[in-house]
Write a new protein. Sequence first.
Length: 207
Amino acid sequence: MNEFKDYFSSYQFQLLRAAARFRDNTGICTREPKPKDFAELVSVLMSKGYWADEFAYLDNPNLNPFEFNSVAKSFLSQLNWRPCSDEVEFRFLTASYAKIGGTNDVAAYYAIIQWMEDVGRELHNNFTTKFVADGIGAERIYGCFYSYSPVTNSDLIESIINPQTHDWIREGEARPVIVFREWIAANPDDLEIYKPIDLRLLEEMRA
């Protein structure tokens, strides 16, 4: 669980997620990071010793949305940012959660909750004309969240009281850790293929 919490609360992942959700034209994506989100992230980056000229503007949570879009794009472009479609964004985030969720049962529990929040519910809103999550091969992940649990006699994830003591073995093929491993096996390169920025370039911004 610590590995999960440490990675997904890290500034590296927060920057990756913000880059995946950022769009060329402001307002076309409801998940797009706002000036306040970037201001918080930039504050952390500066505290870690990073600097880019754009930080002087992005450090302002009240930055005009249109100015924000231009400045944020300028900063991200230095990290080889490429615009993501909804599908690319969801594939990258799914790969990120699956990487951690495939390690053990407890990590998988927390990963699937976060996946549903960031990806699953958005897929439901976007891919309304076909089976939920099928567009990125994540139907098993979505289904796992609501699968029947023989242990709790209810929906699996929402009925678990303590993921550390839960009898995951009895969940059989619906165990989130198994489902995440299946997705990674079927999409082994998605984490690299759909990565929105090159984090290695961030090191060149060390002040």
